[in-house]
Design a protein around this ligand. Structure first.
Ligand code: ZN
Length: 586
């Protein structure tokens, strides 16, 4: 069985019409082969007649397929479920229970919640409360590396499920359905979510479980509402599909985004929940690789500090220093110019320089608020090194090499300035250029031993200026008094005499309020081609983007993508060329 897709049937309200249902299942199985299970959501029993049921309960008749059902949605059918926590109701027919996770030997994980939402206290036995939802969420989200569940079964629809998607016809999802179910679906990230009770069939377009360009891609969710068995208007009540348990899937395959994928309908809800529920945030953390809001999240933990997992106190201790005021470079801060961001790792990011010395002048910056290289923790430093080697290879592929410098003087947030120079400039040329410029300013720029670390030369808190070549050679100046803030420009004038008069390069802002429009994409690509060092191409869908590539997707499935110039893989997948907007939706 392992690795093979399971063949599953899902069914809407049965309402006691077992003959009709099982007759249909038998017909399907004889036509297209055996299915592994039948999952029933909504009202399984009728509140008026249980004549058909009696024959199954007595064993006179038998379900043709392992059948799993949810519990009662009203007082009238309560008596059909003798054990609240789940039990076998008849041969081959199992009541799952009030809430929980059912996982078979196949590895398929099915989360379920019986009943309808209730605000009453005490909660009636056929209803669930916010406490049930919280407990179900926390029991599942606390499992290490929780990514989601394969299937979620609920009887009511989630409130607002149609947001960003196709209409469910006469059903008004703003009025019907349960907000607690929306919250549950948003947290559990099922690949399939089935519901019923509305006497309607609705298959929503698949939606994302990650925020585009802020989080690594995750699998999508398909919400399917089914009508009641044997309904007169022949609305669909039985849904057949095959599924490979996510635990057995290739991760890349799992997160493939279909062309018609939409925004998550519960996003607003999640944002609201994150503000009020600290618990929710901690739970989300393992699923996401990095976050802009570092006040709540600070990235993926490394295995080395796995022992600290789950303790909020140690998380506090591991936080990077916090800025005292607004900071233009803390990735979490609203001041950061996100359209200039090129790539985001776990601890560092790469951005185009605003008013850079050259078009391909980039900055390596820590995501958190560190003042200088000397203050960096070893894991942040490790990632800086990875970015350096990726840039080295990138510039080499363009017939260039780079020189990097840091000015730890009148700056609050570390910026490693990386500027390309022609490959035929020797290290001696470059060093001489810097040293000559320094001498003109009556500054002493000294070479420090190649293999010595800057931290061995200077204490944290000391102002300095520091140059590093892509060969590892380093020049150092301890700033005592003042330092010319225009030093980099003077160096450029020396390195690039021909462009000394050109105005500082300024990447264009690609901001737009109507990003859904294809012409926006076109503008984005051409602007990006002109102003960034990597070329962007339009594509119909992100599935055409393969390998090391980054893309921006817009509503309607249009994307622009850019093949990564880095031959070296930076930290892992979280490499995004951030477009000028974060969500194409208001
Ligand atoms: Zn900062």
């Amino acid at each position: 069985m392992e690795g093979l897709p399971l063949r599953v049937l899902a069914c809407g309200d049965v309402e006691g019409r077992l003959e009709s249902l099982f007759g249909r299942v038998r017909a399907i199985q004889s036509k297209s082969g055996r299915f592994d299970m039948l999952l029933c959501v909504g009202d399984f029993f009728s509140s008026t007649s249980d004549a058909e049921w009696a024959e199954y309960r007595s064993g006179a008749k038998k379900a043709p397929i392992p059948t799993f059902v949810l519990g009662a949605n009203n007082q009238e059918t309560m008596h059909c479920f003798p054990h609240v926590t789940g039990c076998e109701l008849a041969e081959n027919i199992t009541y799952l229970g009030r809430r929980g996770l059912f996982s078979g030997t196949s590895g398929l994980q099915i989360a379920y919640l019986s009943g309808t939402e209730s605000q009453e206290e005490p909660t009636p036995a056929y209803s669930f409360s916010s406490k049930d939802v919280t407990e179900l969420k926390s029991s599942l989200l606390s499992t290490p590396n929780f990514k989601g569940v394969d299937i979620l079964l609920t009887s009511p629809w989630p409130r607002d499920v149609e947001s960003f998607a196709n209409s469910p016809g006469e059903i008004d999802t703003k009025k019907c359905g349960s907000t607690l179910i929306s919250d549950l679906a948003a947290s559990l990230k099922p690949r399939y979510h089935f519901a019923a009770l509305e006497k309607a069939y609705y298959e929503r377009l698949p939606y994302r479980n990650h925020t585009v360009l802020q989080e690594t891609p995750q699998h999508v969710t398909r919400f399917i509402a089914l009508a009641e068995v044997g309904n007169k208007s022949k609305k669909k009540y039985l849904y057949a599909f095959s599924i490979v348990p996510m635990s057995l899937m290739d991760p890349a395959e799992l997160v493939k985004q279909p062309q018609d994928v939409t925004e998550n309908p519960y996003r607003k809800l999640q944002k609201g929940a994150q503000k009020t529920k600290v618990l929710g945030c901690a739970e989300e953390e393992t699923a996401c690789q990095f976050f802009f809001d570092l006040n709540k999240h600070h990235g993926k933990k490394r295995p080395s500090d796995g022992k600290d997992r789950g303790s909020s106190q140690t998380k506090q201790a591991k936080k990077p220093p916090q800025p005292t005021g607004p900071c233009w470079f803390c990735l979490a801060s609203p001041e950061v110019e996100k359209h200039l961001v090129v790539s985001i790792g776990t601890h560092c990011y790469l951005a185009l320089a605003k008013g850079g010395l050259l078009p391909d002048h980039v900055l390596i910056l820590p995501i958190g608020h560190y003042q200088s290289v000397v203050d960096l923790s070893s894991e942040v430093m490790e990632e800086v090194t990875k970015y350096k080697s990726a840039l080295k290879e990138f510039f080499r592929s363009k017939g260039k090499r780079y020189v990097l410098f840091e000015r730890n003087y009148k700056s609050q947030h570390l910026q490693l300035q990386v500027i390309p120079v022609p490959l035929d400039y020797t290290s001696e040329d470059i060093k001489e250029c810097f040293i000559t410029q320094a001498q003109e300013q009556q500054m002493e720029l000294l070479e420090i031993p190649e293999h010595s670390d800057i931290t061995q030369v200077v204490q944290p808190g000391t102002p300095y200026f520091y140059v590093e070549l892509d060969t590892g050679e380093k020049l150092f100046h301890r700033i005592r008094g003042s330092f010319p803030l225009q030093f980099g420009r003077w160096v450029r004038r020396f390195l690039y005499p021909s462009i000394s008069r050109s105005p500082p390069f300024s990447p264009t802002l690609f901001y737009s309020n109507e990003p859904q429009h294809p012409s926006f994409l076109h503008r984005w690509c051409s602007q990006a081609r002109r102003t960034s060092m990597w070329s962007w191409t339009q594509a119909r869908s992100s599935s055409t983007v393969s390998g090391a590539a980054s893309h921006c997707s817009l509503a309607g499935g249009c994307v622009a993508f850019c093949t990564l110039p880095f031959p070296v893989l930076l930290p892992f997948p979280p490499l995004f060329f951030t477009p000028p907007f974060f969500s194409p939706f208001p």
